[in-house]
Design a protein around this ligand. Sequence first.
Ligand code: ADP
Ligand code: MG
Length: 697
Amino acid sequence: MAQASSRPGQRLFLDTSIAYLKGVGPVRAEAFRRLNVITAGDLLYHIPHRYEDASTVAPIASLEPGMQGTVIGRVISKGIIPTRRGLRIFQAVLRDDTGMIEVSWPGQPFLDRTISKGDTLLVTGAVRFFHGRQLQPREFINLGDDESGTGEGRVLSVYPATDGLSFKIIRSIIEQHLDALLPLVSEYLPDEILSTAAVPSIRDALRMVHRPTSLAEAMRGRERLAFEELFFVSLLHLRAKSLAREERRGIHFANQRQLTTKLKDVLPFQLTNAQTRATREIFADMCSEHRMHRLLQGDVGSGKTIVALFAALLALENGYQAAIMVPTELLAEQHLRTMTALLAPTGVEPVLLTGSLAARERKEVAQRIAGDEPVLVVGTHALVQEATLFARLGFVAVDEQHRFGVEQRKALAAKGEAPDVLLMTATPIPRSLALTMYGDLDVSVLDERPPGRQPVLTAMRHESARDRVLAFVNRQIGQGRQAYIVYPVIEESEKTDLKAATTMYEMLSSGPFAERRVALLHGRIDAEERDAIMRQFRDRELDVLVATTVIEVGIDVPNATVMLIEHPERFGLSQLHQLRGRVGRGADESFCILLGDVSPEAADRLRIFCATDDGFEIARADLRLRGMGDLFGERQSGVPTFRVADPLRDEALLERARLAAEHLLARDPDLGASEQAGLRRVLGERYRRSLELFRVG
Ligand code: ADP
Ligand code: MG
């Protein structure tokens, strides 16, 4: 049977070039290559990205000009109509129980040979008015003269296509070879995994996706293929992580329960469950002989600092030094202040190291960290400068880690002999996704917020409400509060008509806020002056800060209660969330106002932001709407791309795949067992990376 489908005399294999398949040939093979289909096996894995079925089918009578519709009907008449310009149009009239409609295929007279009177067609396309209602097919499938064809259960597979290779051609080629190809595939997932994951075998799954008897069946087939993809990626990821960990010898701290216990006793609040869990995960790493390499992820205000502080104290009570690096001087000062207050009862006095310390102070700090005493240093990138020498650095934390380059993060870690490393970030990524994204890092998540925080009231306002909004801001200032007003760009440009921070600063400070103390803050102002302005704002010497997104980094001014954002459509949802996190930090009710007229699509997006305060939910929406690249500013290399799976939509499936991978690796860490031969082969074929991680190929 396998032979019937390729050229005479040639046997069909999965690695047979697609060009040798009947119905393909060199020209189509070239088009297939663009779709990454090179072999007969690839063809089998070229699966529909969409289906049409009876559930999406509309009664013919309900079609109105202007709408898109899918109908199923019987051909009651047909024919070729020549036009005056020489174009020949194939037309058919379809009828279902509710009515009739004319369907027209310009320039496709050849359809007259394949579509017969009495055939049942599934057609999808736009309805227009042309001497009556007319359907212009985008796609169609001939269901033949099968009477049952008009009912449920008929599914049209729609394939990713390319120039010179329509989805219909692809479907007919696949249809033609499917029966010959399927028997060539043998299962490569272990039985046990198939049954725990409750997904069909590969042969069944491929049949289901290509030739489903129902949409539900197509989805079951798709689920198996998505599962295997997520399972493979999880295998690679977990294996890479455990190999990396084995190689990372680190300091073997002991949980002395001295400083850390003391801090817990004097803490003015109770740790959240998430903080307790993250601290426990971090302690387990630090007390193992492996070096910690962990990312602490938590929404703005989730309380990451205190977790880092516990880790630092563990190092200190073991006689080591600890360093916490932050992106700005102001943030360093802020951390120093809160840490000094928290640590006072424990007798630990953190020290500050920034570029603007006076030479004498700097020398003092340098002496302390070059000495043998345990010390906690909070600082900026001054920490990684050459002159800074630590005697016994055992723990480093990098706050707002995405603000630093890889080199800076590495340089800090290189200041000690294999210190444990904790990276912190407020860019919340769904947990499952974080695990596949951050390469060899372990991840802890603070998915809970300290109790008693009031949500920030968030609203969208039209341009027409500008005066009222500004008056509202003014009243807040009158009550002693402070406000941020944020713009997407620093300066106006001829290319766009965006309001810019610089011009609006002029406008606002001479107009509506003439009586107020207003300052301008953006990225082109040098760092020292920027910090000085932020300090003034913190110390309430300013009422309004007109700014770009430079203020998004973890600054804490509890008296600020208004975040007014202009051109909100120019920001990602996660970015808006970071900005909103700058207010609502004190006891007073706070407000986030999105001002401006935006497109209906943008308004839909912004409504998601207004409706929730949950950074993870927002990040998920952001990912769904704008893709991963946008969330991270650029496409991160090494982020696995999936053909079938969608790590967001398939989050639950990813969790299952990850568990299955963990299970398998726990039993067979290098997949060396003979029953994994099939799995090793497929891994080797599909993922280059597997060559270095497993003994494959
Ligand atoms: P972020 O994760 O954004 O860096 P911070 O560490 O700055 O958050 O904490 C935000 C605020 O919440 C700080 O004022 C901190 O003291 C407070 N905080 C942290 N943990 C708790 C807790 N468990 N209960 C109450 N307040 C907390
Ligand atoms: Mg922080």
